[in-house]
Design a protein around this ligand. Structure first.
Ligand code: CAA
Ligand code: NAD
Length: 289
């Protein structure tokens, strides 16, 4: 891969301002970029705004940022329901729900909106970046850019190259992520990429253990925190990720490999059906205020 950077990025579009998109918007705004955040309706815009205010507000409370810096940061982010506002973007990061159909419809729609030299990235956790890219007329400019949760905190970003991603797109995105203080790693287009391939079998196993009443949720989580030094236990981590997103990731990985390790534990689907999605809905394995 060439290390030469050919593009200047200054305006970044983020589509979907949920758990990940709001965090990704914050990362770019913290680094001085102009950000255009797109949601599907006004309620989504409002949720995204609250997420951004809460996250930056926490930094203010911890004296990591002044209220003036918070106002400047938020001032760099415009929130909208109009995809057409992305016409000025140098890079668009898609972070909507983990659904191939929804993502493909967005990459199709972007054809008529963005500049021909704009780079298009998907934050998918498990779906085929190649398949998403073929919805766009220029699949060579499409790349996977997989941030980790919470995006402002975790330094890893996986860059997923497809067989048609242009080398200069890859090099430019790698340079951009480094300039954000992130640690990019590059991998091919296989469900789960590097980290989720290693992580999700473990998470699913923890759910099965809980479902089988082998141990309490607290004891399962305590075992991995205090015994293995993980920052959070698997059930608390699933609540952070979102149980709907986690279910979709496992389902995609299972369908690709047909391995028992990734066959979603039945209770996961039951929680999702009942609207228990984890932190974002206020209740998952645990209850949140
Ligand atoms: N947004 C922004 N910042 C946040 C945050 C959030 N949601 N949550 C915590 N932070 C910040 C805090 O402000 C704090 O910042 P400072 O150090 O600058 O003060 C810092 O993170 C530490 O936070 P806390 O002291 O409140 O809590 P903690 O030390 O327990 O850390 C945690 C919280 C960062 C979430 C930590 O528990 C952790 O790293 N957990 C594991 C997370 C993980 O494994 N993520 C990967 C999930 S898999 C994935 O993302 C891929 C996928 O496709 C599903
Ligand atoms: P989420 O459910 O928290 O947020 C998704 C957002 O997308 C919602 O706010 C929804 O209103 C919005 N949306 C849906 N359709 C839209 C459209 N057509 N236009 C604009 N906005 C739309 O989901 P999330 O957890 O933030 O996941 C987003 C993506 O990031 C998924 O592909 C997921 O796999 C990936 N991801 C998630 C995590 C995680 O830990 N949650 C980590 C890394 C990557």
């Amino acid at each position: 891969m060439s290390d030469e950077i050919t593009r200047e990025f200054s305006t970044v579009g983020v589509i979907g301002l949920g758990t990940m998109g709001a965090g990704i918007a914050e990362v770019f705004a913290r680094n001085g970029f102009t950000v255009i955040g797109v949601e599907q309706n006004e309620a989504g815009v409002q949720r995204g705004r609250e997420h951004l205010e809460h996250s930056t507000g926490r930094a203010v409370k911890r004296e990591k940022m002044t209220t003036e810096q918070q106002a400047e940061l938020l001032g760099r982010i415009t929130l909208t329901t109009e995809m057409a506002d992305l016409a000025v973007a140098d890079l668009v990061v898609e972070a909507v729900v983990e659904s191939l159909e929804v993502k493909k419809s967005i990459f199709r729609a972007l054809d008529d909106i963005v500049r021909p030299d704009a780079v298009l990235a998907t934050n998918t956790s498990s779906l085929s970046v190649t398949e998403i890219s073929t919805a766009n007329a220029k699949p060579g400019r499409v790349v996977g850019v997989h941030f980790f949760n919470p995006a402002p905190v975790q330094n890893l970003v996986e860059i997923i190259r497809t067989v048609v991603t242009e080398p200069d797109v890859l090099a430019d995105v790698q340079g951009l992520l480094r300039s954000l203080g992130k640690n990019p790693v590059v991998c091919g287009d296989k469900a789960g990429f590097i980290a989720n391939t290693l992580l999700f079998g473990y998470l699913n196993h923890a759910v099965a253990m809980y479902e089988g009443k082998y141990a309490s949720r607290e004891d399962i989580d305590a075992a991995m925190r205090f015994g293995c030094g993980y920052p959070m236990g698997p059930l608390a981590l699933l609540d952070l990720i979102g149980l709907d997103t986690a279910y979709e990731i496992l389902d995609t990985m299972y369908k690709q490999g047909r391995d028992r390790l990734h066959a979603p534990a039945p209770i996961l689907k039951q929680y999702v059906t009942a609207g228990l999605l984890g932190r974002k809905s206020g209740r998952g394995f645990y209850t949140y205020e």
